[in-house]
Design a protein around this ligand. Structure first.
Ligand SMILES: [Zn+2]
Length: 91
């Protein structure tokens, strides 16, 4: 595992673009970097899965997202963007 590969995004960077990435609103270079990160990083991968599950559930039900689901998603992205580890303690 390479920590400081210049072509790799940090969790913080991924958090900032994760939603655009999952919505397909991102340039292809960044898209590939995010995809690489999600492959390597279980934490961010789980966040992406959560987001996709919410989207899929919305598509199926055609109802408004629950406040809880949106809050969970927003919280995850914000924690990553702020450099906080959403799962484990980080110094
Ligand atoms: Zn990550």
């Amino acid at each position: 595992m390479k920590l400081f590969d210049r072509n790799r995004l940090s969790c913080r960077q991924v958090g900032k673009v994760l939603q655009q990435f999952l919505d397909g609103e991102i340039d292809h270079v960044t898209r590939e970097r995010v995809a690489d990160h999600l492959d390597d990083c279980r934490r961010c991968g789980l966040g992406a899965d959560t987001y996709l599950q919410i989207k899929a559930a919305l598509a199926r039900s055609a109802t408004e997202p629950t406040a809880e689901a949106l809050e969970r998603l927003r919280d995850f992205g914000e924690r990553l963007a702020a450099g906080h580890d959403p799962g484990t303690a980080e110094s």
